[in-house]
Write a protein that binds this ligand. Structure first.
Ligand SMILES: [Zn+2]
Length: 229
């Protein structure tokens, strides 16, 4: 009975559910962190690419400006085209610089999110470790208690005939962990049923060392002065 209770306590420690829930949280927060870090590196690449675009436009505008300044272009039509291109490149550069700024903002917020999530991973991990330590301590306590119950039981078992012990173990398996019950005021304390007069008479006549059993639940009945026989 006590071993069954201990097994029940072992299986139903509140830490099991707590650890399960924390582990699920941890997996979720870690996934979010991976996503934030991926976005962080994606935006970093995007920023490099956008900055290269700006640079290209700037270089081309500088080349055009140089051609204009050196007076190499003389035809009015070519001059007009060149000036138009320089103006268009300036607009393009400004647009591309806006793109760079927008990417930088996204990168910054991804960095902030990643840092925040890293802190959360750390905190959930710490709570998980703490719950695991608590669970392990509780399990160790139950193990110690179970070992002591087993030792006590073995000491008692050494004094009980083997056949009776086997029967008791079999019944314990069949009857939810209780193989024997006290007979108390003609009632089986295992199934709570009152014995009828025939059963009481049979038990009354049975020798003290005979194993008597409940007709209803088949448990071994333990006779005591309060059995009502
Ligand atoms: Zn019974």
């Amino acid at each position: 009975m006590r071993l069954t209770q201990l097994a029940h306590r072992r299986a139903n420690l509140p830490e099991h559910a707590e650890i399960e829930s924390l582990t699920a949280d941890l997996a979720q927060v870690r996934d979010l962190l991976v996503a934030a870090r991926t976005e962080e590196s994606d935006t970093a690449r995007e920023q490099t690419k956008a900055e290269q675009d700006v640079d290209q436009v700037r270089k081309r505008a500088a080349r055009d400006q140089q051609r204009l300044d050196t007076g190499a272009v003389t035809s009015p039509r070519d001059l007009e085209n060149l000036q138009k291109e320089i103006a268009s490149l300036a607009r393009r550069q400004s647009d591309l610089e806006d793109v760079v700024l927008e990417i930088m903002e996204r990168r910054e917020s991804a960095q902030e999110r990643a840092a925040e999530l890293a802190r959360r991973v750390e905190s959930v991990q710490a709570r998980t470790d703490e719950a695991v330590a608590r669970r392990d301590a509780a399990l160790a306590g139950i193990d110690t208690e179970a070992a002591s119950v087993t030792r006590e039981r073995q000491a008692v078992a050494a004094t009980i005939p083997e056949a009776l012990l086997k029967l008791y173990d079999k019944l314990r398996g069949q009857q939810g962990g209780v193989g024997a019950a006290r007979l108390y005021q003609r009632r089986c304390e295992g199934c709570r049923l009152e014995l009828n007069i025939t059963e009481v008479n049979e038990i009354r006549q049975a020798p003290a060392d005979e194993v008597v059993r409940c007709e209803n639940c088949r448990r071994i009945l333990v006779r005591t002065p309060e059995s009502g026989l």
